[in-house]
Ligand binder design. Sequence first.
Ligand SMILES: Cc1ncc(COP(=O)(O)O)c(C=O)c1O
Length: 381
Amino acid sequence: MGAGPVPIPQAVAQANGMIINHLGPTMDRVIKNVKQMAAYAFQTRSDKVLGLAGPASAAMEMAVANLCWPGRRVLCLSNGTFSGRLGEMAQGVGAEVTMLEASPGKPISLAQVRDAFARAGRYDVVTMAHGETSCGVKTVDLPEICKFAKEQGALTIVDTVVTLTAMPVSMDEWGIDVGLTGGQKALSSIPGVSLIAFSADAWRTVEKHPTPFPHWCYDALRAQRFWGEQQYHYTAPVPGVLALHEALRLVAEETLEKRFRRHEMSSLALQAGLEAMGLSLYAPPEIRLNSVIAVRLPDNVDSARVREYMTKAFRVEISGAFGLNIVRIGQMGEQCRSHNLFKTLYALGMSFAREGAKLDVASGMAALESGLAGDREEFVD
Ligand SMILES: Cc1ncc(COP(=O)(O)O)c(C=O)c1O
């Protein structure tokens, strides 16, 4: 029940146990389906939707390496580990990078982006994370920031690792130029096979990248040979692609609308339970990310010790943090099922109480129960 990798459905695990010819007719059909279903997930009509072997960071690297190079000006909206990583990657490929740092626990706002453009005059690329996993904060102005960037002639790279299929992401409507995600978070597939989608504007820039391209695997034009023309690029991670196919099929079967609702109801009920128990959440509701809930550690509760106890006594794992005094609970995919919610909240309450935190576990459980009431059907797998 941590911030990922998240548990996967049985059907995804089964698909991940198969090998087929990576260049045969069955694989061609699988790839076509993955592209179509991924386009649905990203809400895009673009056909430049590619999968790649590698974690979400590899998809970030592909996005950055294809749009940024020496002489290109990049604005990185940084409010934590992952949004900041995009800027570090852009520096790595020699772009001129401005890091726009948020105040702690806050997302970057449209007003801050406008100011940054006013100061600099021009940026070619703006990077951001829709959901910043390290602190459980979402970039609420994201659609407006993407629209503004487009008006200014800049391309946007958006990390949707913890948001795609957990909450609305509308690539075409919002004007996102590159959307990317890993398999192991909201999609509920395996780590190691990721997805990336390019808009027509972004693809024109990909085609203008100076040659020779510094990477083989992350070269979008070479990758398009496999994902667009069924030609060899490198040996595809076949079981991982099959797992991704199954995960996306389950998303399509559930429909985005119902999946968003399940995620939202589940997370809000869990948040209500945590608060009713006496715990405090790190992000205020208006910027809170539902898919990763950051919970402040009460005084004297040691993160590593309490999590170790939870795992041993209750077999429930949650995540620690990168420097902040919080623990993080995942609300992605299978984590948003009622049996997981009750088990997690009880395990957390009892473990924190054992460390000396003054909590009302019963009230927390009751608040979770009433938060889910009326929608039980949606939470039972
Ligand atoms: C928002 C976000 N982006 C990128 C990543 C990087 O993912 P990976 O570790 O799969 O490379 C993570 C991982 O936690 C993440 O939460």
